[in-house]
Design a protein around this ligand. Structure first.
Ligand SMILES: [Zn+2]
Ligand SMILES: [Zn+2]
Length: 249
C-alpha cells in the first residue's frame, strides 16, 4: 500500500525514471527506476567464467579455454561479479549516481547487486565490504563516494559489515579517459591502507564499486589489501563494461 506521504511527494515531484526519463506509473513498485528499465538490466549472458563472471564465448563448437578477461589478474583478486552489463539503461543510472548527484540511486542499484549469486567461497567467507575509494579532491567536489553509498546499501541488504580499509593517493588521473593498456599503469600504487584499518589477517574481503572495466583498479586494490595481510579479495559491482569480444562480429 502506498503511504500518504509517498502520494503527496508524487504530487510535488512526479517521479521520473533515472534510466529513461519516463514518468513512473503509480503502483510501479519503485520510485527511481521504472519497471521497463529494471527488466532491461541484463546480466552477462551465460556460460560465464567462474572467476570473473565474463561470458565464455563459444567459438565454433568449443568454448574458449582460458578466460582472456581475467588471465592477467593477480592471484589476490579471487572473484568478480556484476549485476548487469554497462549498456542502456545501466550506463545512464550509473551516470545519475556518479555525476548528477542522485545518491538515492544507490539503493535500487545495490538491490540488484544483493540479488547476485556469489561463488561459495565469497558467500561463506567475505563478511566485510570495502568500497573502492575515490580521491579526496573528487570527494570534496562531489560530496560523496558513489562506491561507498553502494557498499553501505549492499552491506545492509546482505548482512555484511562495511570497513573503509583503503584510501586513494591524490594525483592519480581519472581512469575513464585512459585506454585499457594505460589503466594498469595508471593505478599502480594508487591506493594505501587507511590509518585505522587494524588487522586484516586472513580475511577474504569484498570490494564494491559502481563499474568493473578491465579489473585494473580492483587488481590494484587487491594487491594493496593482500600486502597488508588479507588472504584474498573479490569484487561486486553494479555494472560491467563489455569488451570488444562480447560483441559478436
Ligand atoms: Zn525507465
Ligand atoms: Zn574470467
Amino acid at each position: 500500500m502506498r503511504t500518504l506521504a509517498a502520494a503527496l511527494l508524487d504530487l510535488v515531484f512526479a517521479p521520473i525514471c533515472l534510466g529513461c526519463d519516463a514518468p513512473i506509473a503509480p503502483g510501479d513498485g519503485a520510485r527511481l527506476v521504472c519497471r521497463l528499465c529494471r527488466t532491461r538490466l541484463r546480466t552477462p549472458p551465460p556460460p560465464c567464467c567462474d572467476r570473473c563472471g565474463a561470458p565464455r564465448l563459444r567459438t565454433g563448437r568449443t568454448e574458449e579455454q582460458a578466460c582472456p578477461e581475467c588471465a592477467h589478474w593477480p592471484d589476490a583478486l579471487a572473484f568478480a561479479r556484476s549485476a548487469c552489463i554497462l549498456e542502456p539503461p545501466a550506463d545512464r543510472i550509473v551516470h545519475q549516481l556518479k555525476y548528477r548527484g542522485w545518491r538515492a540511486a544507490a539503493e535500487p542499484m545495490a538491490e540488484r547487486m544483493a540479488a547476485l549469486a556469489l561463488p561459495d567461497a565469497v558467500r561463506r567467507d567475505a563478511t566485510v565490504v570495502v568500497p573502492v575509494p575515490t580521491t579526496r579532491a573528487r570527494l570534496r567536489e562531489r560530496g560523496y563516494n558513489q562506491a561507498e553509498l553502494l557498499a553501505r546499501w549492499y552491506a545492509r541488504l546482505t548482512g555484511r559489515e562495511v570497513r573503509l580499509l583503503l584510501e586513494r593517493r591524490s594525483g592519480a588521473a581519472s581512469q575513464t579517459i585512459l585506454q585499457p593498456v594505460a589503466r594498469g599503469a595508471n593505478v599502480a600504487g594508487a591506493f594505501r591502507i587507511a590509518g585505522s584499518a587494524g588487522s586484516l589477517a586472513d580475511a577474504h574481503l569484498l570490494l564494491v564499486d559502481d563499474v568493473l572495466t578491465t579489473g585494473a583498479t580492483a587488481a590494484e586494490c587487491a594487491r594493496t589489501l593482500a600486502a597488508a595481510g588479507a588472504r584474498c579479495v573479490s569484487i561486486v559491482t553494479f555494472a560491467r563494461a563489455p569488451t570488444a569480444r562480447w560483441v559478436p562480429s
